[in-house]
Design a protein around this ligand. Sequence first.
Ligand SMILES: NC(=O)c1ccc[n+]([C@@H]2O[C@H](COP(=O)([O-])OP(=O)(O)OC[C@H]3O[C@@H](n4cnc5c(N)ncnc54)[C@H](OP(=O)(O)O)[C@@H]3O)[C@@H](O)[C@H]2O)c1
Length: 275
Amino acid sequence: MTEEMRGGSTPAVAVLGGGVMGEALLSALLTAGWPTHQVEVVEQHVPRADELAGRYSVRTGATGAQAAARADVVLVAVKPNVVATVLDEIAPVLRGGTVVVSVAAGVPIAAYEQRLPAGTPVVRVMPNTPAVVGKGASAIAPGTRAGEGHLLLVERMLTATGLVVRVAEKDLDAVTAISGSGPAYAFYLIDAMAEAGVLLGLTRDLATRLAAATVEGAGALAVQGEHPAVLRERVSSPGGTTVAAVAELDAHAVRAGVVAAARAAYERSRELGAH
Ligand SMILES: NC(=O)c1ccc[n+]([C@@H]2O[C@H](COP(=O)([O-])OP(=O)(O)OC[C@H]3O[C@@H](n4cnc5c(N)ncnc54)[C@H](OP(=O)(O)O)[C@@H]3O)[C@@H](O)[C@H]2O)c1
């Protein structure tokens, strides 16, 4: 890794795959201060590439190999089943020291290190979709050749996506079960709350807006660090409405259901990663 990559200047990034996650990462890079001429996107679907070029003023149109050859960081944001093809395309042209960062779910670091030149630093990222609005939660795990400087660089790249934490690769299945799949659990809760609102006579639009803003606000309070049980107790006055509601959640084993859901996601993530 060069001094430039450690310091305040901006290494050239090639984003391979301009889908939902590729765009979220591209947008985050620009928000974090990357100049547009230091970022390019390789997206094989031409209308989509044109759309990204128009929206973000970044270079598109190169092949993966062309972009990777001039990049300091290659960000892999294609579907997991395409990763091997992309790595075989870029491996012969990577310059020594180029960092490969991947958001592909379930593809182990060993699969990258096997296909890339020996010594290539690899960092694996498990992001989630709220990254699109800067409220994501991502975990990053280093490969065998990635050091502190590489992790700092990836943290800097992801700073505008929301929370970024470091984990060992073995913990990424658990991360997938909590923050990776977690947005779906929250959407499920919002949908259920909205449905209840409709049952109680509110319009669907109003009930959905109230439910979504409530989950967003509760999340904002919880991230300040107070234990969630304490926050819950604080809104549960004796003999009141909230304690009556929470007693029903317990009676319907909602807590156990959430734990079982996360365990199922964890097992599935392990299964997918094994292939
Ligand atoms: N979305 C999420 O919430 C999320 C969360 C965690 C991790 N991820 C990971 O992020 C990665 C991307 O997911 P996504 O949801 O952004 O998928 P996506 O919307 O399908 O984006 C992938 C893009 O890559 C393009 N592509 C395919 N082969 C390519 C190649 N050889 N070179 C350049 N571009 C190529 C695809 O084009 P075509 O459509 O023409 O094939 C598509 O536009 C996946 O590995 C996923 O596991 C996503």
